[in-house]
Design a protein around this ligand. Structure first.
Ligand SMILES: C[S@@+](CC[C@H](N)C(=O)[O-])C[C@H]1O[C@@H](n2cnc3c(N)ncnc32)[C@H](O)[C@@H]1O
Length: 260
């Protein structure tokens, strides 16, 4: 098939999925193969990076919570400059570019510079997490609402979310960047009325070789994440839907929390 959607001097913001190269879309694979330059985040899995051909320049822009190797304005300038030099540019982002991925800023920078830019969606970490756990994000008649929320805040700011809305019993809450704030999330949700025995799922390194799946109850969420390192990405998923299927692979921590 002939494609003419990646001319020289243009940018694609491409979702790399959670890390397993088999979870890349066919379109992402084609764009990665066609790119002259790829700017990638720290969360893009090594097995995905192995797919980049030797003739493609790869640049790590290494954003990771609290340790940004380049600030967003610098990343915006780099991708615009690369496209203006005539390169086919892929900006490769973990998961889906449109979910907590600073895509709006990069789109705006490209458009302001007159650089053609498009988005290739990817599988987001919440989807990968429940898939690995053999669970669902929604549950007919029980979990009718799904909220993606980030628990990442600036160091000097409180985690100021609409806790009453998030505590609704018919909802599933998928928390990105939630490890450090897990105790606050649990405490605020319970204070806002969410049942302390609400099921929770924590998936660390979802879809990567060192994946871990932890299960427990909201009241024990802080304990559950104690074994999760700052360096490992983790999804917290809270709600009845995640308990509606039989537990699969679980580890010692999950078993000890099962009745908490
Ligand atoms: C800056 S957000 C980017 C989210 C990404 N755009 C997506 O759609 O998955 C980074 C957070 O996503 C979650 N995450 C990303 N990849 C993950 C993985 N493989 N396993 C578990 N959580 C992951 C973690 O909560 C991590 O702190």
């Amino acid at each position: 098939m002939r494609h003419d959607d990646f001319p020289a001097g243009s940018v694609w913001l491409v979702g790399a999925g959670p890390g397993d190269p088999e979870l890349l879309t066919g379109k992402a694979l084609r764009l990665i193969a066609a790119a002259d330059m790829i700017f990638y985040d720290a969360l893009v899995g090594p097995a995905v990076l192995d797919l980049i051909g030797p003739g493609t320049e790869r640049i790590c822009v290494g954003k990771r919570s609290g340790r940004h190797s380049k600030d967003q304005a610098t990343i915006d300038s780099l991708i615009v400059a690369a496209a203006r030099s005539g390169a086919r540019v892929v900006r490769l982002k973990g998961g889906d570019p449109a979910i907590f991925g600073r895509t709006a800023e990069e789109l705006a920078a490209c458009r302001a510079a007159g650089v053609p830019v498009r988005i290739c969606p990817g599988i987001t970490a919440a989807s990968a997490a429940v898939a690995s756990a053999g669970a669902s994000l929604t549950l007919r008649g029980v979990a009718r609402r799904l909220t993606f929320v980030t628990a990442h805040v600036r160091a000097d700011s409180p985690l100021d979310l609409d806790w009453r809305t998030l505590a609704a019993p018919d909802s599933t809450l998928a928390v990105y960047m939630g490890r450090a704030a897990a105790a606050t999330v649990a405490r605020q949700l319970i204070a806002a009325g969410r049942a302390p025995d609400t099921p929770v799922l924590v998936v660390v390194n979802a879809a990567l070789p060192d994946e871990r799946i932890l299960r427990g109850r909201l009241s024990a969420l802080a304990f559950l994440v104690e074994t999760v390192s700052d360096d490992d990405p983790a999804m917290l998923v809270i709600g009845e839907a995640v308990a509606a299927t039989a537990p699969q692979a679980t580890d010692r921590v999950s078993r000890s929390c099962a009745s908490a």
